[in-house]
Design a protein around this ligand. Structure first.
Ligand code: HGY
Ligand code: MN
Ligand code: MN
Length: 416
């Protein structure tokens, strides 16, 4: 299969225009986006994406988790499709590019193929995975996890947001509960293009990240039980202070992650106090510890230490401690033959590149369980992501989409 010519490139201006148009849907309060999964803003973004796919001559399928699959026909209808995917849902204070660049970069690949009249043997399917972020309904990568057989559909439908609404109810409410069986689709290969969400590529002045692996993750949900009491009139030696236990556990998680350097992270992004009143000691504190490492043994050891030490911290304060794993995947190794194809495309196109391990989790982590999978990354300014100030350059956006175009064409087998 001859490689595409080095001059074969996407339309950078059209890609950037699409990114800016999608950024208008579910705007944040500081220039980013709040297009959380299964909200009305998500529904609006889905409709816009579908209109663009249909204008590009694609046909849309939707599965029972709400994941969208837009198909560009191949010449051999029996050939398994080459999938391109990522996600349009965002964090509450998300950026304009996390996930969106991969979906709209894939759309630009299709648009460029249409402009050039390129025919491929394999069909190509562009995917918008539902609920990648896990911000509203934990865990992250929920829909791709059901697709890969990691979660059941019933488990996913029952996941609740902080208001007690379930995934299944909200999916039906926005009208995006599709009829396709989740996971029935088979893939020839899967490519995901994504911003790095970290500082490595920008610091190394490399335009393309050739993603060889993704670090593993545990999300451990803690429920601490104290005793509600007056913050003013309750003597210090009479307190059953779940908030203090939480603080000591945060400090311990930080210590465990620092001790596990290099190649480990640990922290907490979400806490809820009950009753969450300024002058009432919390009766209940719920938070999720997020620990990650590309090293399996290190990841398991961090989890074991956190789960051993937290109950001791709580016992010393008379606080109840319940720990429930609510998210997990082991470190992922992407398909070497696809990784090599991405690297060769970057060289052919003249883009500075380096091998990189993904710090963030992606739907590709679950796709890798069911098909040869790899990722392409571009830098982001200051390594900042999951922040409304997330920023990339049009040149970075286009470079990764060029590499995606080449890797997808080589894999889908160009006929003309
Ligand atoms: O949590 C993650 O790594 C991804 O942003 N869902
Ligand atoms: Mn993402
Ligand atoms: Mn994200």
């Amino acid at each position: 299969m001859p490689a595409p010519g080095e001059n074969l490139r996407i339309d950078s201006a059209r890609l950037w225009d699409s990114l800016m148009a999608m950024a208008q849907v579910g705007p944040g309060v500081a220039g980013g986006n709040n297009r959380q999964t299964l909200t009305d803003a998500d529904a609006e973004g889905r409709a816009l994406f579908q209109s663009w796919c249909e204008a590009a001559g694609m046909t849309m399928g939707v599965d029972a988790m709400g994941t969208m699959f837009a198909t560009r026909a191949g010449e051999d209808a029996d050939a398994l499709p080459v999938y391109i995917g990522s996600h349009l849902d965002t964090q509450p204070t998300g950026g304009k590019y996390d996930g969106v660049l991969g979906v709209l970069g894939g759309l630009e690949v299709i648009r460029s193929m249409n402009d050039l009249g390129i025919r491929t043997r394999h069909p190509i399917v562009l995917t918008n995975w539902a609920n990648e972020e896990g911000a509203r309904f934990a865990p992250a990568m929920l829909a791709s996890g059901v697709f890969a057989g990691v979660h059941s559909l019933d488990y996913a439908y029952a996941r609740k947001d902080l208001d007690g609404k379930t995934y299944g109810e909200e999916l039906a409410r926005i009208g995006w509960k599709g009829g396709e069986e989740v996971g029935a689709r088979k893939m020839h290969a899967y490519f995901e293009y994504h911003i790095e969400q970290g500082p490595i590529l920008e610091a190394a002045e490399k335009t393309i990240g050739v993603v060889t692996h993704c670090q593993g993750l545990w999300w451990l949900e803690f429920t601490l039980t104290g005793r509600e009491a007056h913050t003013g009139s309750t003597p210090m030696d009479m307190r059953v202070n779940a908030g203090l236990a939480m603080a000591r556990i945060f400090e311990m998680v930080q210590e465990v992650a620092i001790k596990a350097q290099p190649g480990a992270v640990g922290g907490v992004g979400q806490v809820t106090f009950t009753p969450n009143s300024r002058n009432v000691l919390p009766g209940k504190v719920v938070f999720t510890v997020d620990i990650r490492s590309p090293d399996q043994a290190k990841l398991d050891a961090m989890r074991a230490e956190v789960e051993a030490r937290a109950p001791e911290i709580c016992a010393a304060l008379g606080v109840g401690c319940d720990i429930e794993p609510v998210g997990h995947f082991d470190p992922v190794t992407f398909a070497p033959e696809l990784v090599a194809r991405v690297r060769e495309a970057a060289v052919r196109l003249g883009y500075g590149h380096m091998d990189i391990i993904s710090g963030a989790g992606h739907d590709a982590c679950w796709a890798a369980r069911v098909a040869p999978t790899t990722m392409i990354m571009c830098p982001c300014v200051g390594g900042l992501s999951h922040n409304e100030a997330e920023e990339i350059s049009p040149e970075w956006a286009a470079a990764g989409a060029d590499v995606l175009l080449h890797a997808v064409l080589e894999t889908a087998e160009v006929l003309s």
